[in-house]
Write a protein that binds this ligand. Structure first.
Ligand code: SAM
Length: 446
């Protein structure tokens, strides 16, 4: 859009560009087009654009993808966009503060990509809302003031390196793909802008994200202070820093991401942090009536498709949202898929209820005995030849899970989940899909 066209839209909508809303609109079509090209669009994509404004970026997206969701806080610009796209069923305009937007609904739209020439003032909060793990995005392209974008990809030894760099780099590969001067905006901002391309990382070892964040907050709370004075007590600090190849007096800003992950792993005291499963675990083998007929190792049971026993537990909060876990990349079956809140095999000699109580504790840190039995599922290919006892429980509290087994967890409203399962069933472990069907059937009968 040219500056003249933008002025015209602003005139017609009665919008006086607001500094608070970061209303600096792009006037150069070539710049807009090349920003959008970094999204690598395809026909199946859904694109979520935050702050579409007068539509400078939007016009290069609409018509090229399956669905476009525009989130605009300015009521007059949102109304103008609704009017402009009123005949298009593939464009949805949402008048809302993007900081408040419920990102969970986007899982149902996968593959989904994020786009935003973000307002300077709330850009950080918008990024936090949309791009924190777990998120549904395959790719994100964001424009912000150069100073902030520089921080995303910064490395130790650089003045821009800090908490934001590590938070972003622990989830995304961040690269700066463009510098944008002030003279391609109306009105002209006082600072330069840059564009970052973010692609989800799958190359890092498992780590406890909550602990990582807590250690970062402690370390960067007083970034000039020696790190060991800010972290929880650590008896083997000398050995640990020796392993990382840094002096004992090291400060937060001197450690790179790999060293922060080493530190996180060291402070993680979860007993299951190392490996997600052992092929040598022994389970009971059962017949078609679920009677124990022998024992075998986990590896044998899975390779030879022998019938065995497992539990799935669905945890609901007070709002009746269901907790799902994203299985870690290191699981031997169904890695990186969404699954029941907790699930696991019965140990040899264990009963279903005892196993459910144990799995809740081990996988989520929940101490609960009052589980409600929902149904028993017959063994089949989709359950991995398991008899599955399905339980439900209500819980509202902190969760603690082993990073080797679970990448992340999220509460999902049932209507969002319903739509997501319909649109992308392969995002879920097959055993969970059976449990979900049985759960739905049970609640519709009661
Ligand atoms: N995408 C347009 C462009 O490139 O010309 C406009 C970008 S302008 C830098 C930022 C846009 O974000 C404005 O349209 C502004 O009204 C909108 N905005 C500001 N705060 C917002 C918020 N919290 N949620 C959603 N949109 C917001």
């Amino acid at each position: 859009m040219t500056e003249r066209e933008i002025r015209q839209v602003l005139h017609l909508t009665g919008v006086m560009p607001s500094r608070q809303l970061g209303q600096n609109f792009l006037t150069d079509a070539a710049t807009a087009r090349s920003i959008v090209d970094h999204l690598d669009l395809s026909e199946q994509d859904t694109v979520v654009e935050v702050g579409p404004g007068t539509g400078a970026l939007t016009q290069h997206v609409v018509g090229r993808v399956k669905h476009v969701i525009l989130v605009e806080f300015d009521s007059r610009l949102a109304a103008a966009l609704k009017e402009k796209f009123s005949t298009r069923s593939d464009v949805e305009v949402i008048h809302q503060d993007a900081v408040e937007f419920d990102v969970r609904r986007l899982f149902a739209h996968r593959p989904v990509k994020f786009l935003g020439n973000l307002p300077y003032a709330s850009g950080g909060a918008i990024m936090k809302n949309f791009l924190s793990v777990p998120h549904p995005f395959e790719r994100a392209v964001i424009m912000l003031q150069k100073e902030v974008i520089d921080r995303l990809g910064a490395q130790p030894g650089h003045a821009d390196y800090g908490l934001l760099s590590l938070r972003v780099q622990s989830a995304w590969h961040a690269s700066i793909v463009m510098q944008v001067p002030p003279d391609v905006f109306y009105p002209m901002p006082q600072v330069d802008s840059s564009v970052a391309l973010l692609i989800p990382r799958v190359d890092l070892p498992a780590f406890d994200r909550r602990l990582f964040d807590e250690l970062l907050r402690r370390g960067f709370g007083q970034r000039r202070k020696q790190l060991h004075k800010l972290l929880p007590p650590c008896e083997d600090w000398k050995e640990l820093t020796g392993k990382m190849g840094v002096p004992t007096t090291v400060r937060a800003e001197e450690l790179d991401l790999a060293q922060w992950l080493t530190l996180t792993h060291h402070f993680d005291d979860h007993p299951l942090k190392e490996i997600p499963q052992k092929g040598s675990e022994i389970f009971d083998v059962v017949d078609e009536e679920d009677r124990v007929i022998g024992q075998a190792t986990r590896a044998e049971i899975h390779a030879q498709k022998k019938r065995h026993r497992a539990v799935h537990i669905l945890v609901f909060n007070k709002r009746k949202d269901l907790l799902l876990q994203l299985r870690s990349r290191w699981k031997d079956v169904h890695p990186s898929t969404w699954d029941s809140s907790a699930a696991g095999h019965l140990d040899s000699g264990e009963d279903y209820h005892a196993c459910a109580v144990r799995e809740l504790q081990e996988e989520l840190g929940i101490e609960k005995e009052n589980l409600v039995e929902i149904a028993k599922l017959e063994p089949c290919e989709a359950t991995g030849w398991e008899f599955v006892m399905l339980y439900a429980v209500q819980y509202q509290g902190t969760l603690r899970y082993p990073c080797s087994e679970i990448d992340s967890v999220q509460w999902f409203p049932l209507e969002i989940l319903e739509k997501w399962i319909q649109n992308s069933p392969t995002d879920f472990a097959t055993g969970f899909l059976l449990c979900w069907d049985r759960f739905r059937q049970t609640i519709s009968e009661t």
